[in-house]
Design a protein around this ligand. Structure first.
Ligand SMILES: [Fe+2]
Length: 305
C-alpha cells in the first residue's frame, strides 16, 4: 500500500462565505465555487473542500460547529487503493457504499483514492551562508502573500491515541516518526517521507476534534509573508511564528473559521527507514524552541517582490 499523502480535506462549515474568504486569503486557488460548496487547491493540487455543515453528502461530524468531515488519503495507483480496501475488509471496518472509505477509532471519516497531486518545479529562494553561497547578484525572495505548495499534515485530537495509532499503524501501515509519553504519536504514511502527515494528539478533554491542517510553503520568507498577510486580512494568529522542536520546522498557526487552525510550515525533517523514533515528554520547550504567542504586529505596507 503505497501512500502519497493527504489528497483533500472536506470541511462542513456554518459560514460558507467566511470560509471561502479565509482560504482565499490563506493563498489557496479557488477551483470551483457555488452557493453550497467550494473547492480550493494548493500548488500540487491537494484540495480543501467546503460544504455547508448540514450537507447530507458529508459523513457525520465528530464535534459541534465547523470541522473536518472527510479526510482523503492519496495513493500511488488503483491497486494500492484496492489493497487498502482488502485491509479494511479484513479488519472489519470497510464502510458501505461507493469508493474505499472507513471511519477511524476516533470517528473521523477517511477515504482512499488514487492521488492526482503533482508537485511542479518550484524553486525556493536560494540561501547564502559564508561557506555556502547559492545566490549571487540576486536579492532573496520577497513575498506579499503565501501560495502554499501542498497539504502537509493533519492533527486530530483523539480520545484514545493508542487505539487510533494502532489502527493507522496496523491496518493502514503508517510509520511511527516520534511519540509523546502521553500516547500522542507522529505518523507518516510512507517509510521515506517528510516527518509526519498525521499527528494523533491525546485529547486533554477526552473528546475528538480537529486540531489543525498544515500547509508546506517554499521557503521561510513565504511562511512569514503568509502569516503577516493573514494578520493584515484580519485573521487571528493562534501561535507563531515559531519553530517546532519535533520535526524541526518553522510554523505559524491561524485560527480557522472552518474549525481548528490552519498552519503554514517550512523546513520539516525528512525521514527514511533508518530513522529512530524518539519518545518525548510534552512541554513548552518540546512544542517550540521559540515562538511568538500572537504573531507579528500589523504591518499594512509590504514592499512588492
Ligand atoms: Fe502542525
Amino acid at each position: 500500500m503505497r501512500f502519497v499523502g493527504i489528497e483533500a480535506a472536506a470541511y462542513g462549515v456554518t459560514n460558507l462565505p467566511k470560509a471561502k474568504r479565509f482560504w482565499t486569503d490563506f493563498g489557496l486557488e479557488e477551483r470551483a465555487a457555488g452557493t453550497a460548496s467550494a473547492v480550493f487547491a494548493a500548488t500540487n493540487g491537494s484540495r480543501v473542500i467546503l460544504k455547508r455543515r448540514s450537507d447530507p453528502a458529508l459523513p457525520p461530524a465528530v464535534e459541534e460547529g465547523s470541522t473536518v468531515r472527510l479526510i482523503s488519503w492519496g495513493m500511488e495507483t488503483a491497486s494500492d487503493v484496492e489493497a487498502v480496501r482488502e485491509r479494511l475488509a479484513d479488519a472489519g471496518c470497510l464502510a458501505e457504499g461507493p469508493g474505499v472509505r472507513t471511519v477511524d477509532p476516533a470517528g473521523f471519516a477517511l477515504e482512499f483514492v488514487v492521488s492526482a497531486t503533482r508537485m511542479p518545479e518550484v524553486a525556493p529562494s536560494p540561501a547564502n551562508a559564508p561557506q555556502d553561497i547559492n545566490r549571487v547578484d540576486a536579492r532573496a525572495g520577497f513575498y506579499n502573500r503565501a501560495e502554499p505548495l501542498k497539504i502537509g499534515h493533519i492533527v486530530l485530537n483523539v480520545p484514545d491515541a493508542a487505539a487510533a495509532a494502532a489502527f493507522y499503524r496496523e491496518v493502514l501501515g503508517f510509520h511511527l516518526s516520534d511519540a509523546y509519553d502521553n500516547g500522542s504519536v507522529f505518523l507518516r504514511c510512507a517509510p521515506r517521507h517528510s516527518h509526519h502527515n498525521l499527528f494523533l494528539l491525546q485529547s486533554p478533554t477526552g473528546l475528538a476534534g480537529l486540531n489543525h491542517l498544515a500547509f508546506a510553503v517554499r521557503d521561510i520568507h513565504e511562511m512569514f509573508a503568509g502569516g503577516q498577510r493573514m494578520t493584515n486580512c484580519g485573521w487571528k494568529t493562534a501561535v507563531g511564528p515559531g519553530r517546532h522542536r519535533i520535526s524541526s520546522c518553522y510554523f505559524w498557526y491561524v485560527h480557522n473559521p472552518c474549525g481548528g487552525f490552519a498552519e503554514y510550515f517550512w523546513d520539516e525533517d525528512y525521514l527514511t527507514e533508518d530513522w529512530e523514533p524518539q519518545l518525548w515528554t510534552p512541554g513548552p520547550e518540546v512544542f517550540a524552541e521559540w515562538m511568538l504567542p500572537k504573531g507579528l504586529p500589523l504591518r499594512k505596507s509590504r514592499s512588492a517582490r
